[in-house]
Write a new protein. Sequence first.
Length: 338
Amino acid sequence: MSLKSLIAVLAAAGLAATATAAEVNLYTGRHYEADTQLYAAFEKATGIKVNVFEGKADEILAKLEAEAEVSPADVFLTADAGNLWRAESKGLLQAIDSETLKTRIPEAYRDPENMWFGFSRRARIIFVAKDGGVDPSLVQTYEDLARPELKGKLCMRSGSAIYNLSLLGAFVAEWGPEKAEAWAAGVVANLAKPPQGGDSDQIKAVAAGECAVTLANTYYFVRFLASDKPEDQAIAAKVQWIFPNQSTTGAHVNISGAGIAKYAPNREAAVKFLEFLASDEAQNYFAAGNNEYPIAGGDGGNAALAKLGDFKADQLNVSAYGENQPAAQEIMDRVGWK
Ligand code: FE
């Protein structure tokens, strides 16, 4: 064999090796431990290796923008439809053509142009102290949080937190900007202290009597409920959950979801990864591992999550959260929800 043909054979072998060692490069903004089990299950099911880059959603968006055409990213996975909308509006995603995803994921939880799909749900609901001096009948709707009777009773996470921006974005879509702004101003007027900390901190503050009412995502509360630590159980025991707006529009629901990066080098593997996230197996991980509601059926046998009970969810398409995010941010700034 001549040197030239030997090189050709070696090169071909090298290419074959590359082709069989399929991989998908995942940029994830999710900050939940259970996700590593999810990736392992995908690797086991498909033989496709998942390379994970973890960061805050904002950092990932900046990284994708900076890397542009040479980005190794295949999939952007993140909590909150608002983050997916940011990626889409910056031109960082590409449309996904998958019958599996369209069949498995209900329309309300995916982008109308198929730029991203939701894979798990969380509701942003009201939590009230059991002995905080606020009758639960006073706080049955989001609108109630702006009632003057609640002056000095509320704890709220920052107005720049994406969960609150998406919530207010939904209200801008449903109520119109004027009512949404009046509501946000009413909430700010009722604060017991300046916004501080994450969702868990709001629930802790209610349990500690620093305030009587707050909003948080369901899985943060279920974490306390399902914990085997006595201090966590004590927090859950002091707080009552209320699914808001059950006789009107329903509770605000957000998603964790994913899209495929515009310049994904492993596009096919990326589609497979997203289709896996919609499978029964993966759906169970979201529920069992992170106390989120599956989107494509089942509750993953999560007893603590089931304890919250059934609820009516708002049917507004989650893409409205992002579309109204700039308007929501302006309102937050004007009413001083810092
Ligand atoms: Fe979260």
